[in-house]
Design a protein around this ligand. Structure first.
Ligand code: NAD
Ligand code: DAO
Ligand code: ZN
Length: 368
């Protein structure tokens, strides 16, 4: 079939809208009509050329929602007409990682996904006979995409696509880090470094589970109003205090029970660890640092009981947990509407990237 897609031809160049060829789903695959897709920092990271694993030409996008149009042979868990969210972290329920119950990092299709290919090592996208690569196994910047069955979460049909798409990455990454990775308890004191599309979702996750103090740290004071609306109780602009770590330790009477780094800055990662409470503080790295960057702290920070951890896709097992998060939104426990600051047609997708770069949007959503 033919479909409209925003194609990334090379690093640093704007996306161009093309009518591409899309081959139908093979065994274990589904064809999905994407109804809406968010534009995430990670798409920009790849498009900019900073991602050493970025491959071109490719159809980017990993934060979508849509409807299954067709299923390939052997597909049993979804059918045409089902509403789904594509999963860049699949859930096969069968690999060593899934069966361990210790991680959400399913490895069933990891190797081919990382090469921009479907599990049979080929691409379904092409233009003038030349293949175009998939991206993160999702390629939601195409009106139609083909996905492995294990990489779609079936969701309720009354969830609006233009909001549900954000659960495909940002909401799940932030809320999930609190609920699934940290398993945070009510009454906890929390520090959140970076109040963007991820950090604000950490904040609303912390509020949802009943955290006590929720301290937000950001260099952009323009984020304060929104963060307070989502549950932030205290704000720190690092440019206005002599020592952020000391400030958080004072505010919390000894340190945060949990902290989350939602920027991708290794200096902040250190502060996030060191502002946690001696004996039990846990610090979660969510932000993706630039290639080659390393983290450092004094080992005594860990000897004295602080724990340094990481969280990918919020620790969520996609097919199991994403539908639950959609329910939380539909039940009014999560606010997604206010985080979607801009909506655009596919033709204006490059404007969405510009808004993000200028820090003017929390989330821009492309509507097909
Ligand atoms: P964003 O650009 O929307 O937000 C980043 C925020 O950090 C901004 O508000 C900015 O003002 C603030 N900031 C920048 N430098 C700062 C500093 N020195 N001190 C304090 N605040 C600072 O980005 P986002 O969409 O929220 O993504 C955040 C990070 O999370 C990115 O690195 C992204 O790649 C990563 N990410 C990780 C996962 C995962 O599963 N681990 C998933 C999605 C995104
Ligand atoms: O299993 O090695 C693996 C891949 C894990 C991918 C986790 C991705 C989380 C960080 C990237 C940000 C995505 C938007
Ligand atoms: Zn698996």
């Amino acid at each position: 079939m033919k479909t409209r897609a925003a194609v990334a031809w090379k690093a640093g160049a704007p996306l161009t809208i093309e009518t591409v060829d899309l081959a139908g789903p093979r065994a274990g695959e589904v064809l999905v009509e994407i109804k809406a897709t968010g534009i995430c920092h990670t798409d920009y990271y790849t498009l900019s050329g900073a991602d050493p694993e970025g491959l071109f030409p490719a159809i980017l996008g990993h934060e979508g929602a849509g409807i299954v149009l067709e299923t390939g042979p052997g597909v049993t868990t979804v059918k045409a007409g089902d509403h789904v969210i594509p999963l860049y972290t699949p859930e096969c329920r069968n690999c060593k990682f899934c069966l361990s119950r210790k991680t959400n990092l399913c490895q069933a299709i990891r190797a081919t996904q990382g090469r921009g290919l479907m599990p049979d090592a080929s691409s379904r996208f092409s233009l003038d006979g030349e293949p175009i690569l998939h991206y993160m196994g999702t390629s939601t910047f195409s009106n139609h995409t083909v996905l492995p069955e294990i990489a779609v979460a079936k969701i309720r049909e009354d969830a609006p696509f233009d909001k549900a798409c954000y659960i495909g990455c940002g909401v799940t990454t932030g809320v999930g880090a609190v609920v699934f990775s940290a398993k945070m308890e009510a009454g906890a004191n929390v520090a959140v470094f970076g109040l963007g599309g991820i950090g604000l979702n950490v904040i609303q996750g912390a509020k949802m589970v009943g955290a006590d103090r929720i301290i937000g740290i950001d260099i952009n004071p323009g984020r304060v109003e929104m963060a307070r609306k989502f549950g932030m109780t205290d704000f720190i602009n690092p440019q206005e205090v002599p020592d952020v770590v000391d400030h958080i330790v004072q505010l919390t009477g000894g340190g945060a029970d949990y902290s989350f780094e939602c920027v991708g800055n290794t200096g902040l990662m250190r502060q996030a660890l060191e502002c946690t409470h001696k004996g039990w503080g846990q610090s979660f790295i969510i932000g993706v640092a630039a290639a080659g960057q390393e983290i450092a702290t004094r080992p005594f920070q860990l000897v004295t009981g602080r724990q340094w951890k990481g969280s990918a896709f919020g620790g969520a097992r996609g097919r199991t947990d994403v539908p639950r998060i959609v329910d939380w939104y539909m039940e009014g426990k999560l606010n997604i509407d206010d985080l979607i600051t801009h909506t655009l047609p596919l033709e204006r997708i490059n404007e969405g990237f510009e808004l993000m770069k200028r820090g003017e949007s929390i989330r821009s959503v492309v509507l097909y």
